[in-house]
Design a protein around this ligand. Structure first.
Ligand code: NAP
Length: 490
């Protein structure tokens, strides 16, 4: 299946009304992958109008018809999996094996949504008789789950397929229509998704994709009166701006934001396993995962043993071309990201952290054209260093030390974020006791921080988000519960 090079609005593949374009670059080598329309507010408005009109078509479809289309989309994605994985890798620099895994998860997300579309159940509610004269019980109260309307889906670059599907698939399953604003740095998978839904037979206008900047296309979606809900994944600061702007039209918000996820390794942990998790948690996709391990909080007693093995393991990671199956760490998304990572590493080392490994950009040989940063270990990170509070979104492990369980919990909770956390211990009860005190949307015991199951609750607390994804939960967020009472005496 060919990746389209236009936007999909009201069932038509179109250029921007202004005819503006922008190029899409491969972050591994700056190769131009495509020239795409750069839409503006007028294109966003056309897509929103189309989605609003298409609500009537959506209403006329049964849940079973929607389910069938979602299942067909899952099957088309599976048939085009290799192509999708390659596009993800070229567009956002994700190692190809990870892109394949993301694509397989995308198939699952669509399949879960197809199943859940048929489970939009309501309830009958026992009614008390207090408002009425005694004996007047002749009423039936029940709930209906209804679509919320037009959903604005604004997605980030780092999982350009599956995080988009976590918005689009539940929204469509619930009978909504959607306007998608993909990330400027990773738009190609979204265009292929739109093509897949078109081939799966989704009626015109139910899914629209508008390309363009967050500040213009994104903001139009966030502020437009005809959009009823925003499902957003991205940076905490962008989420805050969106929440402020969307409040003016009282939109429902589902926000999946940044994290500063701690991995706590207690004195009784199986260190080998903890090392494996720390490596995968910190360096997968060059640390550009919202649930990546950002801080490794070590009990004093395991610190040196852990660090010796960790250093050894990190030293074996191959940095390079993400299309190469032996690569573990590819490039970061753009030069701005490189500079931000480098700035946070410099700030920590200026304030006394020890760079045990890495700590610089890699700009030589076959890596010269790409946005590569060396896998980095910063030891002795303490409060006051920016990295102790800010999400770094790069391949950097910040090592902290705790002298007790109490101190470990305090350090873990001492940020504005609350997405995911991990605890390594051989004592399950101790792990569960601590998990209950960690302020995060999910806590893993003896596992990596960067885990997610597509049908399980997912989302952050504090500044890490609002609401929950996980297909059935996202359907709950993107529907309204209507209460109906029938007076049977009439
Ligand atoms: P981002 O810069 O916030 O961008 C996300 C999306 O928002 C993009 O499509 C962007 O468009 C758009 N946008 C930017 N400004 C906007 C505005 N004023 N109004 C409306 N839309 C706007 O995030 P990112 O760099 O792509 O992704 C990385 C961040 O996402 C990290 O913080 C990471 O932790 C978080 N994340 C969270 C989760 C989760 O589930 N909790 C999952 C993945 C990532 P442009 O691309 O055109 O700027």
């Amino acid at each position: 299946m060919q990746v389209p090079s236009q936007m999909l609005i009201d069932g038509k593949w179109v250029d921007a009304e202004s005819l503006a374009t922008s190029t899409v670059l491969n972050p591994a080598n700056q190769e131009v992958l495509a020239t795409l329309p750069r839409g503006g507010r007028e294109d966003a408005r056309a897509a929103i109008d189309a989605a609003s009109e298409a609500l009537r078509r959506a209403e006329s479809m049964s849940a079973f018809e929607r389910s069938k289309i979602l299942l067909k989309a899952a099957s088309l994605l599976e048939q085009n999996a290799q192509e999708m994985a390659t596009i993800i890798t070229k567009n956002v620099g994700k190692p190809i094996t990870d892109s394949e895994a993301e694509t397989a998860r995308g198939v699952l997300t669509l399949t879960f949504a197809a199943e859940e579309a048929k489970r939009l159940y309501g309830q009958t509610i026992p009614l008390d008789t207090s408002p009425f004269p005694p004996g007047n019980m002749n009423r039936l109260g029940f709930t209906i789950r209804e679509p919320i309307g037009v959903v604005g889906a604004i997605s980030p670059f780092n999982f350009p397929l599956n995080l988009l599907l976590h918005k689009v698939a539940p929204a469509l399953a619930a009978g909504n229509t959607v306007v998608v604003k993909p990330p400027t740095d990773g738009p190609l998978p979204a265009l292929l998704v739109a093509k897949i839904f078109e081939e799966a037979g989704l009626p015109r206008g139910m899914l629209n994709v508008v390309l363009g900047s967050g500040g213009e296309v994104g903001d139009e979606i966030v502020t437009n009166e005809k959009v009823n809900a925003i499902s957003f994944t991205g940076d905490t600061e962008t989420g805050r701006m969106i929440a402020e702007r969307a409040a003016r039209t009282n939109k429902k918000l589902l926000l999946e934001l940044g994290g500063h996820n701690p991995l706590i390794i207690l004195d009784d942990a199986k260190v080998v396993n903890a090392v494996n998790s720390a490596v995968a948690g910190t360096f997968s996709y060059a640390g550009q995962v919202c649930t990546a391990t950002r801080r490794i909080i070590l009990s004093e007693r395991v610190k040196e043993r852990f660090l010796t093995q960790f250093e050894q393991a990190v030293g074996t990671l191959k940095v390079g071309d993400p299309m190469d199956r032996t690569t573990s760490v590819g490039p970061v998304i753009n030069v701005r990201a490189l500079e931000k990572i480098d700035g946070l590493v410099r700030d920590a080392s200026d304030k006394g952290a020890k760079v045990r490994m890495g700590g610089s950009r890699l700009g030589y040989g076959e890596l010269a054209q790409g946005n590569y940063y060396s896998p980095t270990i910063l030891d002795g990170v303490v409060g006051g260093m920016e990295i102790s509070q800010k999400e770094i979104f790069g391949p950097v492990a910040a090592i902290m030390e705790a002298s007790s369980d109490e101190e470990a919990i305090e350090l873990a909770n001492n940020t504005i974020y609350g997405l995911q956390a991990s605890i390594y211990t051989s004592d399950l009860a101790r792990g569960i006791r601590m998990a209950k005190r960690i302020k995060a949307g999910a806590v893993m015991i003896n596992d990596r921080t960067n885990l997610r199951w597509d049908n399980a609750p997912f989302g952050g607390i504090k500044r890490s988000g609002m609401g929950r994804e996980g297909v059935s939960l996202a359907i709950g967020e993107l529907t309204e519960l209507k209460f109906v009472v029938a007076n049977l005496a009439e």
